[in-house]
Design a protein around this ligand. Sequence first.
Ligand SMILES: *[C@@H]1O[C@H](CO)[C@@H](O)[C@H](O)[C@H]1NC(C)=O
Ligand SMILES: *[C@@H]1O[C@H](CO)[C@@H](O)[C@H](O)[C@H]1NC(C)=O
Length: 439
Amino acid sequence: MNITRLIIGAVLTAASIVLADSGSFKVLTYNVAGLPEGLSSSNPSENTPYISSRLSHYDLINVQEDFNYHAALYASDSHLYRTPTSGGAAIGSGLNTLSNFPYIDLVRTTWNDCNLNSGDCLTPKGFTSLRIQLGTSQWLDVYNLHTDAGSESGDLSARAKNIAQLLAFMENYSAGMPVIVMGDTNMRYTTIGDSARLFSEAGFTDAWVELWRNNTAPAATGTALTCAFPFPSGTTPEQMMSCEMVDKIFYRSSAVLSLDATSMGNEDDAFLHPTNGTPLSDHYPLTASIEYDDADDLRLSDVVGGPHGDWFNDVTIMAGGVKRLTKLTLAGGERVDSVAVENDGLAARTWGGTGGTARSIALAAGEGITEVKACQGQKDGNTRVFYLQVTMSAGRTLAAGKETSDCKTLTAPSGFMAVGFWGRSGNEVDRIGVIWGKL
Ligand SMILES: *[C@@H]1O[C@H](CO)[C@@H](O)[C@H](O)[C@H]1NC(C)=O
Ligand SMILES: *[C@@H]1O[C@H](CO)[C@@H](O)[C@H](O)[C@H]1NC(C)=O
């Protein structure tokens, strides 16, 4: 009987290796109270080293108020990919991300609005965005935030503007992308007139509401579901999650990658002082396990090029279904000037500028692009796409630009063909990736 189980186990393992299009990772959001000792309501000079040594259990971590003890926070941590500090209090935003996955395109944005109380205007608070790569075709946008604090009407109004600013940025940068937002929102659903609901209105799921509130956010009654601080010893995980924290974890799937929070909890027990047993910060750490799964019909490829120009992503117009690519035009000279795409029944798109010599190819029914070679190089100190060559299933090719020694060959997953592109562009093509579709 044990042998039978072993054999079944081996077969299942082999099958899951072939179909490794899904996985899971563990996130943590934690306001580490790293204001200078005396201003912090915690004890960061003593506590931060303890926090640092306990971060290895989480694949993706957003910290807030990582100000004046940043070196100590990173000292005993070994995540391979960590954002550099933007400075101590009064200079930096206190926002950093620690990740087991590589990232590109870190952008730090300062809020346009702050309300003077609670010290909100004393340091450039805001949000960060970056794009992590979970696997070759699995990209995910991660946002960290710390909104305006306080409970006066000026704070409620500043927070509403903070969230509107964040959502407008996402609408542009994260169009077509799956997104996780974790941070200190300074908001509770129970507060009358506050803005926590703007996330669900923008298509986000709050992991706490989903897993601990039966998918219904608490009503705005004006009475907070307050959490004891610290929790009395013996507090159960259920009791810890029955109160509402301002630290929140939101996520949103895309047509390419679906996300699902399978568990969520308060990590208080893992972040207590080793001798006096008190919490290591004045906020609780929150964790969630997130599963991801590739769509059956859409995949993103790896990318080539640099972080310049405007973002574009053809996934945004594929939401209604994958459509066959019918015509491709590449324009180039010294570099790749533009890529123009036409699909059955979709608006034509041109990414890049007007320069270069253009060459087009019309794809016959049943013919598809299954391989794209892309090369990058430096122009005026920026990395751009210098060369692009597509190869069709029938063996025909089309190319533009000049090859460099820094190239990648992007190959369609079995059964997929190029249906569009994603990347960045301006006067030329700054970065390019392929969108593979299965018709
Ligand atoms: C969620 O639903 C379950 C089962 O109906 C119920 O026992 C539980 O109290 C509900 N929780 C909340 C927070 O409403
Ligand atoms: C989108 O972002 C680009 C920067 O990549 C910027 O130039 C453009 O103005 C933004 N558009 C909107 C609508 O915010």
